[in-house]
Design a binder for this molecule. Structure first.
Ligand code: GRG
Ligand code: 1GP
Ligand code: MG
Length: 248
């Protein structure tokens, strides 16, 4: 089954957790160990990417993961080089609030032939970076959305849906001090009909995962916390439990 349908199938009964692995931060073998622990902790899939990552690292890590785990591997591209045939899918994303057309449509045009050639599934996604925005806000030349202005990303979410995008990512930036506010998540969710709302950046514990999931996130992403914790399984389990609580 294609990854998008797999995710949407799960969403019929509960919300989804994805673990972001940054190929910059460990060896492919290390990534496999983290992914296995995250799977034991209850994650539903692995996102692979970083805002400054080398394509060779993505490819090697995707290969190692594909040989060792069964869950979907989805590329979260930092640039056109981050395409790998070893992944199952790629979030084919447009950085909607970038000031630079490169991140809105040029990188996608430059990357599209490779995606086609690799045969991996492209999942159309609008990507919206909210203050503080972190490294990705800086690299992507973002016109950062103020944290307390939920109507702005909601309008972008509506536009993205009208353009045919099926996923919409609210990003506070990897390792952000503050995650996206629940009001902002709720506005974007309510403004759209069938959009899968993804929320990430700065989510570190079960409570914050619960708050964004309860507010309307369909998918909660955590990345940095995995790099910082010794017991990945227990940490992911805590976050997944928070998400499950929002399902009740
Ligand atoms: C669809 C294709 C082929 C390319 C799209 C490329 C686009 C639009 C990228 C958006 C801008 C960008 C740099 C996104 C990076 C997203 C990402 C992988 C963030 C997570 O990165 P981390 O590695 O966790 O953060 P640090 O780099 O701060 O560690
Ligand atoms: O690393 P964290 O803060 O979990 O953020 C995850 C993701 O939204 C970053 O692109
Ligand atoms: Mg990182």
């Amino acid at each position: 089954m294609i990854v998008e349908n797999q995710i949407k199938d799960i969403l019929k009964s509960r919300k989804v957790h994805l673990t972001l692995i940054d190929p910059d931060e460990q060896t492919p073998e290390g990534a496999v160990e983290i992914a296995k622990a995250a799977i034991r902790g209850g994650t539903d899939g692995i996102m692979l990417g970083g805002s400054t990552v080398d394509g060779v690292d993505v490819d090697n890590t995707a290969k190692a993961l594909s040989e060792n785990i069964d869950l979907p591997i989805i590329i979260f591209p930092g640039n056109t080089s981050n395409v790998s045939k070893y992944a199952d899918a790629i979030f084919f994303m447009s950085f909607l609030n970038s000031n630079n057309p490169y991140w809105i449509i040029e990188a996608q045009a430059l990357g599209a032939p490779q995606v086609k050639k690799s045969g991996i599934e492209a999942i159309p996604m609008g990507y919206m970076v909210i203050s503080p925005g972190g490294t990705v806000g800086w690299i992507g030349d973002a016109k950062l959305v103020p944290r307390n202005k939920p109507k702005i990303p909601a309008a972008y979410a509506m536009a993205a849906e009208a353009l045919g995008m099926r996923f919409f990512y609210l990003e506070a930036g990897s390792g952000a001090e503050e995650y996206v506010s629940p009001e902002m998540v709720a506005y974007s969710k309510k403004a759209t009909d069938d959009m899968v709302i993804i929320v990430g950046g700065g989510i570190r514990d079960g409570e914050s995962a619960y708050i964004v999931a309860k507010a309307g996130a369909d998918i909660v992403v955590t990345g940095t916390i995995v790099e910082e914790t010794l017991d990945v399984e227990a940490k992911i389990n805590e976050i997944v439990s928070g998400i499950r609580k929002a399902d009740e």
